[in-house]
Design a protein around this ligand. Structure first.
Ligand SMILES: [Zn+2]
Length: 149
């Protein structure tokens, strides 16, 4: 993770509220600090500015790597990954089975779920445990209002 000026880190904290901007896993559930993801990767000249940064869990960040376009598994169309700063999570994703699975509502979401392995058995098992004690899904992803104020 690269160094971020405090004001930029605070804007990210306010925007993403200590959850992964892709899979919505919370920092409290993982027990690990969120990583700072360059939405357009640095190797593709993505800038270190708020509009190109989000918090991501380590899983999503590692699976994402430098991928920026991927095939929609339903239509075969090549689409960009979900852009947390330009797109609303609830417009593209929803929870299935009370939070066990992330469901893609759009080509972008379906492709992002595949690219980031957002429903692999390890995370699904973890979600089942979090659901059993009421820690998941995070309430900020359930409603249409993504405001964290
Ligand atoms: Zn994640």
């Amino acid at each position: 993770m690269s160094y971020l000026p405090p004001d930029l880190r605070n804007r990210l904290l306010e925007a993403d509220n200590r959850h992964c901007a892709y899979c919505y896993t919370t920092e409290a559930n993982t027990g690990q600090p969120m990583t700072v993801d360059h939405i357009k990767p640095q190797v593709q000249n993505g800038d270190t500015v708020f509009e190109n940064l989000c918090f991501a869990c380590r899983r999503c960040n590692e699976f994402k790597g430098s991928v920026s376009n991927i095939q929609d598994p339903l239509t075969g169309e090549m689409v960009p990954l979900f852009h947390p700063r330009q797109q609303s999570w609830t417009d593209h994703f929803q929870w299935g089975e009370s939070g066990l699975y992330v469901i893609g509502l759009t080509a972008i979401a379906r492709a992002t779920i595949v690219a980031l392995n957002m429903n692999n058995p390890v995370i699904v098992y973890a979600r089942s445990r979090w659901i059993s004690v009421g820690w998941h899904p995070p309430t900020s992803s359930v409603s249409d209002n993504d405001d964290v104020t």
